[in-house]
Design a protein around this ligand. Structure first.
Ligand SMILES: *Cc1c(COP(=O)(O)O)cnc(C)c1O
Length: 813
């Protein structure tokens, strides 16, 4: 029964909803579409949120709370409605009100477009981080770009990936608040130089620039049950009002300027669809400076309202740059302090370093950002001058410390070989440099940033990534969440480390059964979805083995599909082969320009269509490629997984975060000792995950000694020999072969050691299969994984950033 208070609240919510719908659409409820109802519900929530937002900002300003700004070129938010209802603690009233009105709430959730303003892990991490900051009561905000088009929508047509533009704003974005009065001007191009004044001093001048106006769209980030609402500020490029009438330009000059202006307006049109690979396009550099300049200018403007001396800025503001894309925040803050606030260089530099912190996300050389100096100078001439000066002063110190060692200078200089090295700028201009998993931070210190580590040992630290357990467990798996509540109370919801208490039940078969039932429920649901989307019939009792992530050679989806070709061959030879039925599920997008990744998708789909339709095999195995992997599809997959495929070449995956989402939902990791897999293995032990393959040191030795030979592996291992040959001839090549994959593998000397790790990978699968046959043993491992997943909540990660990097404390409203 409802309490009187609950009933009152429900009635109030219902009234507010009806009123909102009527004001928004001026139509009778019966006439409103699901889209209309969805928007009305969001606008109802906005009234709750706005109130809290105002209170939060008032508290921050009254107490002069230190603010942290998390700069990231991507925020892969996904849908917000379900999470916001939960965080506002209005789940029950909302449910009751919708029930009473005969509206299916789940259907409204499905109306929301995914805010796909990111490619994958890096953007999703940023989204988890702002969720944790708000929920922990940390005054932390996001800063990014309001892309008109998010990451492309992926369709699979004739086994190939086809990219469709993601026009996610077509019905508007109901969560955003446009703040026209907070617009900022960002200056591009023109000439910058030092002008000598009569008294002999030098004055920086930037003239003939073109201005583009940056308008913020603020998205409220709602904390969990704590009344706090922080801000994600997304900048949109617009034309400055006073632009057309720029004085006495000739017609031609005006034409030229208008053209440039037109190009600038397009700055925020599209997200770059490349994950972990640089693309030296000028538009990308323009995007970077655009949001960084707007963000830093607005932060300083805000700070100045406090009427504190600039020297105190690092006491009140911390700025974090997520990878190097926002690294121009460093020279931009210098520009404002020196050019506009007329500070002397040394003082400004001291403030800048104390304010900035940098997270490195990759050691793949092709993903380290560099820009041609010529292009850089032309686009942001004053920023270039400042970087040049930062570098000049830095190199004086380096040469002081390492006299006559030009090799060190070569390795540390920001400006080298005609390029601006963004990671070097980020390290030099920050007080903290962190990697995202223990092994990754060690590799940074010992190899890829060895010289910098020697120079600035105190700057380097590790902050192992995390995921928000609110979205990835509470919202996506409410059934499991309830089972956990019943066992250990709901305290884990605000203190996820409490999940460890589940270990009390590690021998309780009744609990195993409950966990099994929840898993089966999600496997049934996913089977239905696969039937609808792919028209493939899945056995919900089979082992669900899932690899979902961007398609990339180093992530080795190729090794996974090779294993399935291998299994298929075995079943063709002996259809009576004993095998636990298994379903292998893939999902992930390839960068449109990444040919090998797209061919991998074609191979997976080609093999799937053969295997799924062959009676000799399809009772034992099915292969599914789910198109358009993104946040909301992910929420349906993790709860249904038995096996988490984390099979990157050791040393290549900085952290990975899907490994954590799987673990938290009770899947068993089948993986290499790479990224956070190492820490998952440390936490759960060898009995509760399956580790295989070369380790990072072995891989490194091969790279260094050059003793690896793809041909040798191919010639000495019949299993790999057979599947590699099947790229060219055999059952999978009826509609064209996979010559390009074949050439790639040999041409690169199997750069990611697929051949070498293949036997161990097949063996690991045998162990998994055997383990699954012992249901109790499997459920026990599953429970142990869930129990240890608390340390991978981004609440833990953010608490570490707050304490050790930002020096900021949580508040309570
Ligand atoms: C978690 C997540 C990722 C990152 O996955 P990895 O396997 O760690 O690369 C990418 N995309 C989406 C939608 C995610 O939710």
């Amino acid at each position: 029964m409802l309490t009187y208070k609950a009933l009152e609240e429900k009635n109030q919510f219902e009234r507010l909803f009806l009123e909102t719908a009527s004001v928004m659409f001026g139509q009778d409820m019966e006439e409103l579409s699901k889209e209309n109802l969805y928007q009305a519900l969001v606008h109802t929530l906005r009234q709750y949120i706005s109130n809290n937002w105002i209170q939060t900002n008032k508290y921050y300003s009254d107490h002069e709370e230190k603010q942290i700004y998390y700069f990231s070129i991507e925020f892969l938010l996904g849908r917000l409605l379900n999470c916001n209802i939960m965080n506002l603690d209005i789940g029950e009233v909302c449910n009751l009100a919708m029930q009473h009105l005969g509206i299916d709430l789940d259907e409204l959730f499905e109306q929301e477009p995914d805010a796909g303003l990111g490619n994958g892990g890096l953007g999703r991490l940023a989204a988890c981080f702002i969720d944790s900051m708000a929920s922990l009561g940390i005054a932390g905000h996001g800063c990014s770009i309001r892309y008109q088009y998010g990451l492309f929508e992926q369709k699979i047509i004739d086994n190939n990936q086809v990219e469709i533009p993601d026009n996610w704003l077509k019905n508007g974005f109901s969560w955003e608040y446009r703040k026209a009065e907070k617009e900022i001007s960002v200056k591009f191009a023109g000439n910058a130089y030092m002008k000598k004044l009569p008294d002999g001093s030098l004055l920086p001048v930037h003239e003939n620039y073109t201005t583009v106006s940056a308008v913020p769209y603020d998205v409220p980030i709602v904390g969990y049950h704590n009344g706090i609402v922080n801000t994600l500020r997304l900048w949109n490029a617009e034309v400055s009002e006073n632009f057309a009438e720029s004085g006495n330009l000739s017609h031609e000059q005006l034409q030229e300027k208008l053209n440039f202006q037109y190009r600038l307006k397009a700055i925020t049109n599209c997200l770059y669809p490349d994950d972990s690979s640089k693309k030296g396009k000028i538009l990308r550099l323009t995007q970077e400076y655009f949001f960084v300049s707007a963000g830093i200018q607005s932060i300083v403007r805000h700070y100045k309202k406090l009427n504190l001396p600039l020297i105190k800025l690092p006491d009140k503001i911390a700025i974090h740059i997520n990878d190097t894309h926002p690294a121009m925040a460093i020279p931009e803050l210098m520009r404002i302090l020196v050019d506009i606030e007329h500070m002397n260089w040394d003082e400004a530099w001291d403030i800048t370093i104390k304010t900035m912190a940098y997270t490195n996300h990759t050691i793949l050389p092709e993903a380290l950002e560099t820009w041609s100096i010529d292009m850089f100078k032309a686009l942001v001439p004053r920023i270039y001058m400042i970087i040049d000066e930062i570098n000049r002063r830095f190199l004086i110190n380096v040469r002081d410390r390492y006299p006559d060692n030009e090799e060190i200078v070569h390795n540390l200089s920001i400006l080298q070989d005609g390029l601006v090295h963004m990671a070097r700028l980020a390290v030099i201009g920050s007080h903290s440099v962190n990697g995202v998993a223990k092994i990754h931070s060690d590799i940074l210190k010992d190899y890829s940033m060895k010289a910098f580590h020697e120079y600035y040992p105190h700057k380097f630290n590790n902050k192992t990534n995390g995921i928000t357990h609110r979205r990835w467990l509470m919202v996506s798996n409410p059934q499991l969440s309830e089972v956990i509540d019943d066992l250990i109370t709901d305290k884990w919801r605000t203190h996820p480390s409490q999940l460890i208490k589940l270990l009390d039940y590690k021998d309780d078969t009744n609990v195993f059964e409950k966990l099994y039932q929840v898993k089966q429920l999600h496997k049934n649901n996913l089977s239905k979805l696969i039937k609808i989307r792919n028209n493939i019939t899945i056995d919900p009792e089979s082992i669900f083995d899932i690899q979902i992530k961007r398609i990339h050679s180093y992530k080795r989806q190729i090794m996974n599909i090779f294993h399935l070709m291998h299994l298929y061959n075995a079943l063709c030879e002996n259809p009576n082969l004993e095998m636990t039925p298994r379903t292998f599920i893939f999902g992930g997008k390839a960068a449109p320009s990444y040919h090998i990744a797209k061919e991998t998708i074609r191979l997976i789909n080609t093999v799937a269509s053969i295997v799924n339709n062959d009676k000799r095999a399809n009772k034992k195995m099915k292969i599914v490629f789910l198109e358009n992997y993104g946040t909301s599809l992910a929420e349906k997959l993790f709860p249904a997984a038995n096996v988490s495929e984390q099979i990157s070449t050791a040393g290549k995956e900085a952290s990975g975060t899907s490994n954590m989402k799987f673990m938290m939902n009770g899947a068993i990791t089948l993986g290499t000792l790479d990224g956070a897999n190492v820490e998952i293995h440390d936490a759960v032990g060898s009995d509760n995950c399956v580790i295989f393959g070369l380790n990072a040191n072995e891989i490194l030795s091969y790279y260094q000694n050059g003793h690896y030979s793809a041909w040798n592996e191919y010639n000495n291992n019949s299993a790999i020999h057979c599947v590699v040959d099947q790229l060219l001839t055999g059952p999978f090549t009826k509609n064209g072969d996979f010559q390009d994959l074949y050439n790639y593998l040999f041409g690169s000397n199997d750069e990611y050691f697929v051949f070498k790790d293949f036997p161990a990978y097949c063996q690991a699968h045998k162990i998994i299969e055997k383990k699954y046959q012992d249901k109790n043993n499997w459920q026990k491992s599953s429970l142990i994984n869930i129990a240890h997943s608390g340390i991978f909540s981004s609440d833990r990660t953010i608490s570490e950033y707050a304490k050790n990097i930002w020096n900021i404390h949580p508040i309570k409203l």
